[in-house]
Design a protein around this ligand. Sequence first.
Ligand code: SF4
Length: 365
Amino acid sequence: MTPPAQPRPARVRVARPSTAAHGVDGTPTVRTLNGMSAASPSGDQNGKRVLLAKPRGYCAGVDRAVITVEKALEMYGPPVYVRKEIVHNRHVVDTLRERGVIFVDETTEVPEGALVVFSAHGVSPAVHEEAEKRNLRTIDATCPLVTKVHKEVNRFARDDYDIMLIGHHGHEEVEGTSGEAPEHVQLVDTPEDVAQVQVRDPSKVVWLSQTTLSVDETMQRVDQLRERFPEIADPPSDDICYATSNRQVAVKAMAAECDLVLVVGSRNSSNSQRLVEVALQAGASDAHLIDYASEVDPTWLDGVETVGVTSGASVPDVLVMELLDYLAGRGWEDVQEVTTANEKISFALPRELRTGREDKRSSVR
Ligand code: SF4
């Protein structure tokens, strides 16, 4: 895997969208802030400023998964069952639950013949078989970039490789990916795992990875694997997805200037947790993961001038706007967006839902 190039970030002072103008269904409106006047080009007079990372928030796979559930509700009516959280975000899950989605842990909890959507993190073939046995109607919202890794597992398993899957124990994506060829895959999470894995033929070993890891940490694990297995093959293309690496590059670009970085995201969101770690490694004095602005501990802001703000790939931007409102209320009105990439990727909906009139964006944003 090639670590992403460090681009020169573009930096502009931005108007902060007002949360008063949008709920989960609304399009943000924009109002200009006092601290953005031309009279104070270097920032707010009190030294307080926010650096806002871009890209942040929803990736193409999450948007597709949320639209999939919304379309399923629209076309088939509630209840729509979803196996596991459709994406790892509390706000998204709660909003969809209010609209008639029933989240279950396993397909055995879904009534025979009902409709079930598989989450963006992907499922193993065993889950598909179980659903078929129970005559469930299924829609698969697995992100195409996760499916790509599943296909790589199948290809290397067919060629009888031992596959070192770098990822986190217990993560749903890893369970789905390993399940493609459990007899060939060994999970490598920690340095201790590297020491313990066993291979049959050191010339037929490949490493693949979960899509939402820290790029730097993954490369450390690859180096450790390569010390044990010098002939280990690289994946045919990067498994850590564009959205994960882009959000890490953006937070790295601003972290060293930040006294505090606030990452909006849920505890079970791997890519959000990685953003906190990357921010600290890149020089932020402090960093925290929060689902909502209300979770900010006011003591975190003591003595702070520059606050960095970003969000994980499953986070609707409305939650970031609420955080900016919270900060503005405490004197952090000057918001500068630090842009390291402009993302234009989108994925087609699952075949069962294509009507020729696809919505371009999910309404839970
Ligand atoms: S984080 Fe990456 S792999 Fe996961 S849903 Fe988004 S685009 Fe797909």
